[in-house]
Design a protein around this ligand. Structure first.
Ligand code: MG
Length: 240
């Protein structure tokens, strides 16, 4: 699901919900929309065909390198078109890739992945923001971070200059029945975690969860573009 929100014009989010790949990217700056689209596009090659489970992290690393290159190319094109100004072009990128038996994560920026397991919602990612690092250090609570002025300051992202840190890439353990939510801050900044949890827990299937989450974001004013993907781990993982 990808939605422009009620307030901001244009749409700088990109989303993919394929057989193996779930991805959300939230672009920023001039060229933010093509940057997020290019980043997700670069990962889509992983969605088809077979993937050696032992090689999944290397495959993700290669795909992320392609995504980073694609974002730099968008920045070059934006600059040539004279639209760049001084603002940096870039995007967040959060994706989960299923192989036969494992789930691999790539994450950079402040889009999020959560998992609903046994009725509880757990974060899979940390925000690469000023406030995210303060929360990790225990200097700020998650609730305080929601209204902190530094919440939108990205410490890491795929950017046009290529100089803003490397993504987290790691394997993640799954269990049958796990529900995964990937979303941009257009959802997570306006719908509280407890509400995300209750919606994910109550929805009969992933598609209804997405519809309900969208409704909740709109009820909260939907001030930003919002993207979200929900997927459930079957007793036999998709494609596995
Ligand atoms: Mg956003």
């Amino acid at each position: 699901m990808n939605d422009g929100g009620l307030v901001r014009p244009g749409d700088q989010d990109a989303v993919q919900a394929g057989t193996r790949l779930l991805a959300v990217a939230d672009g920023f700056g001039p060229g933010g929309a093509p940057a997020s689209a290019a980043a997700v596009e670069a990962l889509k090659t992983l969605d088809g065909g077979t993937l050696d489970p032992g090689d999944v992290l290397n495959a993700l690393e290669d795909a992320v390198a392609r995504a980073a290159r694609a974002v730099r190319e968008v920045a070059v094109r934006t600059a040539r078109a004279g639209a760049a100004g001084r603002a940096e072009v870039g995007t967040t990128l959060t994706a989960l890739l299923w192989t036969a038996s494992r789930l691999a994560l790539v994450h950079i920026g402040d889009s999020r992945a959560h998992v609903l397991r046994d009725g509880e919602l757990f974060p899979v990612t940390e925000d690469h923001t000023m406030t995210g690092s303060l929360v990790e250090e225990g200097r700020l609570t998650g609730e305080e971070a929601r209204s902190h002025p530094g919440r939108a300051l990205l410490l890491r992202a795929l950017t046009g200059s290529g100089g803003h840190g490397v993504p987290d890439i790691r394997l993640h353990d799954t269990r049958p029945g796990d529900r995964y939510l990937l979303c941009s801050d257009g959802l997570s900044a306006v719908v509280p975690g407890e509400r995300l949890r209750s919606v994910l827990a109550a929805a009969p299937d992933p598609a209804s969860a997405v519809r309900e989450l969208r409704a909740r974001a709109y009820a909260a004013g939907a001030p930003d573009h919002l993207s979200c993907v929900v997927a459930e781990v079957a007793h036999r993982a998709p494609g596995g």
